[in-house]
Design a protein around this ligand. Sequence first.
Ligand code: SF4
Length: 277
Amino acid sequence: MDPFILKIKIKSIFAETKFMSGFLFDELIFGPVHSRRLGVSLGINLLPTDNKYCNFNCIYCECGWTTKTKGVKIVLPKRDNFKAKLETKLKELQGTVNEPDAITFAGNGEPTIHPKFAEIIDDTIAARDNYAPKAAISILSNASMLHKKSVTDALKKVDNNILKLDSAIENTFNNINQAQSGISLDKIIEGLLAFDGKLIIQTLFFRGEYDGKIIDNTTDEEVEAWLLALEKIKPEYVMLYPIDRGTPAKDLVKIPTDELEAIASKVEARGIATKVY
Ligand code: SF4
């Protein structure tokens, strides 16, 4: 999944592997690394280490294009293996200067599509409570699986849900995120509303052209629709990102910081905090 996207920044500080046109985490558990923003951070990649696996195909995704997985064997980490590895890692770090302040799910795709996601969150919370009680658990997600009660219930148990909303207009959402069929913007917004404001929204702003279409989520119409959605969702704050790296779609333009700041001030005028990256 994603810019700061927090993920890009996390990727820039964690181990990563160049893969085709994108970057992939090459481990299930990576780090810890010291970061000014996150403190001592341990990263979790619940997706394959050799392939991106996502139900979106965002035209800016730093992992590259989502490839068709039909007929391809996708190997996801097993719950027991993950649990054992996490516990071993946290025990090893316990009481050292590297005891984590943060455990962040930010892998090669969408973590909530792991079939054992809810159980893995329970395992992570138990391991955190036992071996790294000060660590905040954060999840970066594209919010596409919120219709599954087990996923939403699991997400509500963690400290920080950082959920993607790049546009509140269906056509633009389709053009930017290219979600698998069956995933609609309306359903995503409905899922975001169920958090009663205990969530963080992340949005990547850019403009450009892809597949013969002009795509721009910075227009007045776009920003107004997005602000209306934010007013309903009432997030704790909103993370605004520009493009930070090469994108799979080639004709996308990074918007300047002052433009991001101008959008941020519109969010703040509605009483919602923002952070511009
Ligand atoms: S949601 Fe999926 S396709 Fe979009 S940026 Fe995140 S990993 Fe990439």
